[in-house]
Design a protein around this ligand. Structure first.
Ligand SMILES: *Cc1c(COP(=O)(O)O)cnc(C)c1O
Length: 357
């Protein structure tokens, strides 16, 4: 599509963290990275895998000033069934990256190229895929505007980059419930904005509320819609699910919610299991009512980093609502085990989610 990928090997290579060393998240990077240039009139060109190194950009590069930057996040796993390295649903990340590109007036990438290029990069750095249970190779593709200039318009040049980072299991010692602050003042995103694109700027918008939540002893915030402050959107940078009685509910994709691939996978699993699951508007008032009636059974966030993250309590103004007595809900644990089982190769992948390198 864009020509064959040129490979310039990193002959020295870096030391791979030892098996007993904690990897953390996004602390170590592998030996190589993928770069592809875009220029108006020429399209995407010169795909290359080169030694991991700093990028050189003009200080007037538009990404620094007007924020044309979008990214993705996905993982490769060392699978326990055959020892093969496989990636979780990369085709979905390709599609979503293009939706983000489109929203920020950035050029689309060929989706097959996206998957093939990531496969090639992961293959080359395959020795960096951790073998420890739950650990994985986090893949971070991103696109930035590189044209130098301060006029406000969309850039005519871009760079597509993929870097790789071996990461620890988010929950090293089993799932752990988190405390959540219901955010009544700040907003992450608003309908008509860029909340449904995986844009770097959305994260900048979320940091202050996140810091204030930490001061109150909460790990994340639960975002309400920006206008009425009534309906639930996301939890931190994860999608959110509740089980009320037998039914599982999650906010419908309203325009200010990012369509998580984990969210989609969880919905598919629940459907397959015959668990009633509904995507609809959910108000905080409804959650409070379910809590008071004793039907708020489980709550959890979903995303690539943690997969499933149980919510132990919600703090809304002065009101603290504990869920599952601070323990892990049965369905929460079952979903976590199912998704991580498919990812690690210990459970069959009947939906064709895993893609070999
Ligand atoms: C990336 C992201 C998610 C989770 O998406 P996954 O594809 O499941 O990792 C949810 N919300 C926001 C705001 C995100 O940026």
């Amino acid at each position: 599509m864009y020509g064959t990928i040129r490979i310039e090997r990193n002959e020295q290579g870096k030391a791979i963290p030892a098996a007993e060393q904690s990897l953390g998240f996004g602390r170590y990077f592998t030996d190589h990275m993928l770069l592809v240039d875009y220029e108006e009139g020429k399209g995407w060109h010169d795909p290359r895998i080169v030694p991991y190194a700093p990028l050189s950009l003009d200080p007037a590069a538009m990404v620094f000033h007007y924020g044309q930057a979008v990214f993705e996040g996905l993982k490769a796993y060392h699978c326990v069934d055959t020892g093969e390295v496989r990636i979780f649903r990369p085709d979905q990340n390709a599609k979503r990256l293009n939706r983000s590109n489109e929203r920020l007036q950035m050029p689309l990438l060929d989706e097959d190229f996206f998957v093939n290029a990531i496969q090639a990069l992961v293959r080359l750095d395959a020795k960096w895929v951790p073998q420890k249970k739950g650990a994985s190779l986090y893949i971070r593709p991103f696109v930035i505007a590189t044209e130098a200039g301060l006029g406000v318009r969309s850039s005519s040049r871009y760079l597509f980059v993929v870097i790789l980072s071996p990461v620890e299991a988010y929950y090293d010692e089993g799932l752990k419930p988190i405390n959540i602050l219901v955010e009544n003042h700040y907003a992450r995103a608003v309908q008509g904005g860029i909340g449904d694109a995986k844009a770097a700027g959305n994260y900048a918008a979320s940091l202050k509320a996140q810091a204030l939540a930490k001061e109150k002893g909460c790990a994340q915030v639960l975002w309400l819609d920006a206008i009425e402050k009534a309906h639930l959107e996301e939890v931190g940078s994860m999608n959110v699910f509740f089980r009320i009685g037998r039914e599982v509910i999650t906010p419908s994709l309203s325009g200010s919610i990012l369509a998580g691939i984990t969210r989609d996978s969880i919905i598919q699993l629940l459907c397959d299991w015959g668990v009633p699951v509904t995507e609809r508007k959910i108000s905080i008032a409804e959650i409070v009512q379910a809590y008071e009636e004793g039907t708020l059974e489980e709550a959890f966030g979903t995303g690539t980093a943690a997969v499933v993250s149980p919510i132990g309590s919600l703090l809304w103004g002065e009101k603290q609502m504990d869920i599952q007595g601070g323990g892990i809900g049965e369905l929460t644990q079952k979903l976590y085990d199912a998704v991580t089982g498919i990812q690690s190769g210990s459970l069959p992948d009947s939906r064709g989610w895993m893609v070999s390198c």
